[in-house]
Design a binder for this molecule. Structure first.
Ligand code: LLP
Length: 427
């Protein structure tokens, strides 16, 4: 179920008219639904439980980069979520939101020494390591602070995720992970290092996957590698399957999380039963988009209507700096009028005020509009606010969390002074 629905002519977030948020707080504003976030997280957690992976058998580590607002992290943490982070900043965010360091995994291809030290000081669950130099650096730093670093190696299974090339990560030509043919040798290096505790395999092949076939193909490679490692005396505690299940932006039909997890757990259970007498292995996931993407919209107001020679433009107060996905990936987001007008629609490009031709949010949409109307840019909960910038010295949008017929401001709108507060003039 989606929590952004029309009642009569008005668009609601849960039981709250979106227009009420705009009237009280202004625009542009990101609006998230607490019920949608909860439902989407529980789709993973309940499927794990349904397959006998309650306590400790599986851990859903929400991918913080998709939406890192403290209130979102806090809500998911209270539902039992772990966290997949990619920077020291994200680690500090998760801790500030009350997240459990024992449920944090640290991904990313370029962790700095400082980030490693910070993560070790909080004794996080696991580092997802992507190269031999990173293993050596982590070993040295762990030794210097007197700790063992738990490590998964991120392997690159060379599987085509069949998604946008910018968000496909599991092919040989991508910068991510350790080439499959080098994996065993790299595990041996890790296994020998005194301050490294090799505990898992990690694999993430891309984002916005509609079909789970590439994920299950990657799982076969991971199983093959786990068997090889076992034969070489390296016994793993967990498999991390990454994130990646896609969402409906337009008319895509992504696999249901419950169906994907059912196929995955069935395969893992058969493997464990056949080869290891049913000995359990813990499973981790790193979903982002499928938890937050359709739990949020970007609320914006039409400033001007421009009827050009060959096109009509709706110039709105949100821009590419607020939602980068269309400009960056040619991404399609639905656009809905918050109040439907009883007039004939025209084809509009919905564009922002930023001085770039690439500043568009949607193209060629049939809309009946008047200046001052509110629009909701749909499916904007993931990679929306986290990719926002201050280009054109535009303060980033406010964020609110709706719960029933009420909302809370979870990030105030940035003011211009906030944007240059760290700068100084040289005499
Ligand atoms: N784990 C790793 C190691 C990742 O790199 C990512 C996403 C995820 C998990 C979460 O994937 P998800 O479940 O959200 O598909 N900015 C792009 C998406 C970039 C994805 C980066 N990695 C977009 O707006 O489409």
């Amino acid at each position: 179920m989606t929590y952004f629905e029309r009642r009569g002519d008005a668009l609601y977030a849960e039981d709250l008219p979106l227009a009420q948020i705009a009237a009280q707080l202004g625009t542009p504003t990101y609006v998230y639904s607490r019920a949608a976030l909860t439902q989407n997280f529980l789709a993973y957690a309940n499927a794990c439980r349904a397959h006998g992976r309650g306590d400790g058998g599986a851990l859903v580590c929400y991918s913080v980069k998709s939406n890192s607002n403290l209130a979102v992290l806090n809500l998911l943490g209270k539902l039992g979520s772990g966290f997949d982070i990619v920077s020291g900043g994200e680690l500090l965010r998760v801790l500030a939101a009350g997240g459990d360091p024992k449920k944090i995994i640290f991904s990313g291809v370029g962790k700095s020494e400082e980030e490693m030290r910070l993560a070790l000081s909080h004794d996080i669950l696991c580092f997802n390591v992507e190269s031999i130099p990173e293993l050596h650096r982590l070993n040295a730093i762990a030794g210097s602070v007197g700790r063992q670093a738990r490590v998964s190696l991120r392997v690159n299974p060379d599987v085509d995720a069949k998604t946008h090339p910018y968000i496909s990560t599991g092919l040989k030509e991508n910068k991510f992970g350790i080439a499959f043919e080098d994996a065993l040798a790299t595990y041996r290096v890790g296994h020998e290092l005194p301050n490294i505790d090799v505990t898992g395999i990690d694999c993430h092949i891309g984002s916005q996957l509609l079909d789970d076939a590439p994920l299950l193909e990657a799982l076969e490679k991971v199983i093959e590698l786990a068997d090889q490692l076992h034969a070489n005396g390296i016994h793993l505690h967990h498999l991390d399957i990454g994130g990646g299940i896609g969402i409906t932006y337009d008319n895509e039909k992504p696999v249901a999380v419950a169906d994907y997890l059912a196929r995955l757990f069935t395969r893992i259970d058969r493997w464990r039963a056949e080869k290891y007498g049913g000995a359990p292995i813990s499973i981790m996931f790193e979903p982002g988009r499928s938890i937050v993407g359709n739990a949020g919209v970007l609320l914006t107001r039409v400033e001007y209507l421009k009827h050009g020679a060959s096109k009509n433009f709706a110039v709105v107060d949100a821009a590419m700096n607020d939602l980068m996905r269309p400009a960056m990936y040619d991404a399609w987001h639905g656009v809905q009028s918050v109040h439907r007008r009883d007039a004939s629609p025209l084809a509009y490009d919905v564009v922002g005020p930023v001085c770039e031709s690439g500043d568009w949010l949607a193209r060629d949409r049939q809309l009946a509009l008047e200046p001052g109307d509110l629009l909701a840019i749909m499916s904007a909960g993931a990679y929306g606010m986290t990719m926002a910038s201050n280009y054109n010295t535009r303060g980033r949008a406010a964020e609110v969390l709706v719960d029933g017929d009420r909302f809370s401001v979870i990030r105030r709108r940035e003011q211009a002074q906030d944007l240059f507060a760290l700068e100084s003039i040289v005499e």
